[in-house]
Design a protein around this ligand. Structure first.
Ligand code: AMP
Ligand code: MG
Length: 567
């Protein structure tokens, strides 16, 4: 499942001049700029933005940028030569210095506004003006859009300085959160989970920002110290960065008639979304209302698949608000996310997330976001009762669609041809009772063991005789089912393409960003390599180090088992 496509092809983009030639700005060219914005992009203070799809803004470079890493997989996919990551102009651009832009590239970036809904409730108070007009990309700035091997990609700096949506904050991202997002995107891609992608990671050798964080070995829930962190910029790329919250913003404006352009701007952004993220699957010759209904349908399919994938690999997004939900149906915004080690359906590393956004609640959180998406696109079909009816139908069957995807995911994880509700529910209960490691357990199960002993290596605690007996009974029934699924060797191999060998273990990530703070990037490189092939066995050395239960001492550690935020 890992994406190593075109690794052997020679790069088509070798120099910065060639890179610049790829520029093609569909977002800026087909959508509307805030009419109150500056022309030169010097717009770095919080202010209300009342209309338009974007604000032209220049990034603020980090001083003394040093190369840490680039995604080899992505560079191969885009046809970029690996030397580019070290090229002086390329490095300057992706560390925030857009003055290096060469025509047809533009020396200006853009930030977008969006709205926020949490669990289906609209919020406006996150914005300092209490109106919602100051909420959006506070520190994310897109600096490039272009075509690479016939595919359109937008490139966005994270931590590239303040925008009008910064809400008074510094616009920076610390090295820790940048390393996490950079590695996680690459890892999710290799897992086969749709995601925004990592391009590059550069750190400043001189600029630091102060953030609350945890002292060494702290068991505190909230951060207990202030720490000076180096600032970094990671560039993420995607077909578009349009979010559910972004579509909502224009629908809210249209609903409140806040300006005459509002409904037109809503239509424009939805058309743009279809073009950027759904071009291959939505027939442009359809009437627009039919395209909107089709969009609702395909987005539902993508979102439900996405969440099933998250559950398959143990991923918890942590803060699945509508502004962190990509309208293209992929994973976006790696903030207080985590991967479940000790299995707990209520796993949630973010201390602010509660049960709402916990591991097994993600289908419901997704539905809440989907509901907001549908409400936002409805104004575009109000004059067509038949289309409205079809939209309602797509919306009302979201739960069923989600269940189908999740059931198929469990069947595959267990190597079964079809879902068996009793078998899965009993298994999940036993997994909770036995305190299993989510990844190690399913990987060991993929060996199709005869004996419980093999699976016990994934248990965090010894189990009672009674649970032992329940496990044996379960195992026997599962064995019976799996025998009827055909060749065991083939089933086992298929399970190993679904159940990764290597997962994200925060206690193994923390040393990487801590060393990086001291200028040593070796662990980041090591993790990058491990995460490139998470379904492979890899070397004994890698196995010994990375295929391990979480050591006892890391349970309840602030910054590892839980975090308030990671930015
Ligand atoms: P997040 O929780 O990371 O999704 O961020 C929520 C919002 O706060 C987003 O709109 C961010 O752009 C903004 N934000 C977070 N940190 C900063 C920062 N240091 N400077 C400016 N904006 C920020
Ligand atoms: Mg966000």
């Amino acid at each position: 499942m890992s994406a190593t496509s075109s690794a052997s092809e020679s790069p088509t983009t070798k120099t910065f001049a060639e890179f610049s030639q790829r520029a093609d700005y569909s977002f800026m060219d087909s959508l509307q700029a805030d009419p109150e914005a500056t022309k030169d992009g010097h717009d770095h203070h919080p202010r209300q933005v009342f209309s338009g799809h974007y604000v032209p803004v220049t990034p603020t470079a980090i001083p003394g940028p040093e190369y840490i890493a680039h995604s080899k997989t992505l560079f191969n996919e885009l046809g970029l030569s690996h030397e580019l990551a070290l090229d002086e102009q390329f490095r300057r651009l992706f560390s925030g210095d857009i003055t290096v832009a060469q025509e047809p590239m533009r020396p200006i970036g853009w930030a977008t506004g969006y709205a926020l809904s949490i669990y289906g409730t609209e919020y406006i108070h996150q914005c300092p003006f209490g109106t919602g007009n100051g909420y959006g990309d506070g520190r994310a700035i897109s600096v490039f859009e272009g075509l690479f091997k016939g595919k359109r990609w937008e490139m966005q700096l994270k931590g590239g300085g303040p925008t009008p949506y910064c809400r008074g904050a510094d616009g920076r991202a610390v090295l820790r959160s940048s390393v996490r997002e950079f590695l996680a995107q690459d890892y999710m891609q290799a897992l086969g989970v749709p995601t925004s992608r990592s391009l590059t990671l550069y750190v400043s050798r001189s600029e630091k920002v102060r953030r609350p964080w945890y002292s060494n070995n702290s068991m505190s829930i909230d951060p207990d110290i202030m720490v000076d962190n180096p600032v970094a910029i990671t560039t993420r790329i995607a077909a578009s960065f349009l979010r559910v919250g972004q579509i909502e913003l224009f629908a809210r404006r249209a609903r409140s008639n806040s300006n005459q352009q509002a409904l037109i701007e809503l239509k424009m952004i939805v058309k743009h979304l279809i073009k950027r993220n759904y071009q291959q699957v939505i027939d442009p010759s359809l009437a627009f209302t039919d395209q909107v209904v089709e969009l609702a349908h395909v987005f539902r399919e993508r979102l439900t698949s996405l969440v099933a994938n998250w559950m398959r690999v143990g991923y918890c997004q942590g803060n699945f608000n509508s502004d962190n939900c990509a309208a293209g149906g992929f994973t976006l915004d790696y903030g207080p996310f985590g991967f479940c080690e000790l299995f707990d359906p209520r796993f949630q590393p973010w201390t602010g997330g509660g049960d709402h956004f916990s591991f097994f609640n993600q289908p419901i959180a997704a539905e809440a976001n989907y509901q907001m998406f549908l409400e936002a696109i409805k104004p575009l079909v109000t004059d067509n009762m038949e289309a409205m009816g079809r939209l309602d139908q797509v919306r009302n069957t979201f739960g069923e669609a989600m269940s189908r995807k999740i059931e198929a995911m469990w069947a595959k994880k267990l190597g079964l041809i079809s879902y068996d509700e009793t078998l899965v529910n009993e298994l999940l209960q036993l997994m909770v009772l036995s305190k299993v490691d989510y990844t190690i357990f399913f990987r060991k199960l993929s060996n199709i063991p005869d004996q419980l002993t093999d699976l016990k290596e994934s248990f965090y605690l010894p189990i009672s005789e009674q649970i032992d007996a329940q496990w044996n009974s379960w195992l026997k029934r599962w064995q019976g089912r799996i025998q009827s699924c055909g060749d065991l060797r083939k089933t086992s191999a298929a399970m190993k393409l679904i159940n990764p060998k290597y997962t994200w273990r925060e206690w193994l990530i923390a040393p990487a960003y801590k060393k990086a703070e001291q200028g040593d990037y070796s662990l980041i490189k090591e993790l990058q390599a491990v995460f490139t092939n998470p379904y492979d066995e890899q070397s004994l050395e890698v196995e010994t180090k990375y295929d391990r239960l979480k050591p006892k001492k890391f349970f309840k550690f602030g910054g590892i088992s839980h975090y308030s935020c990671s930015s």
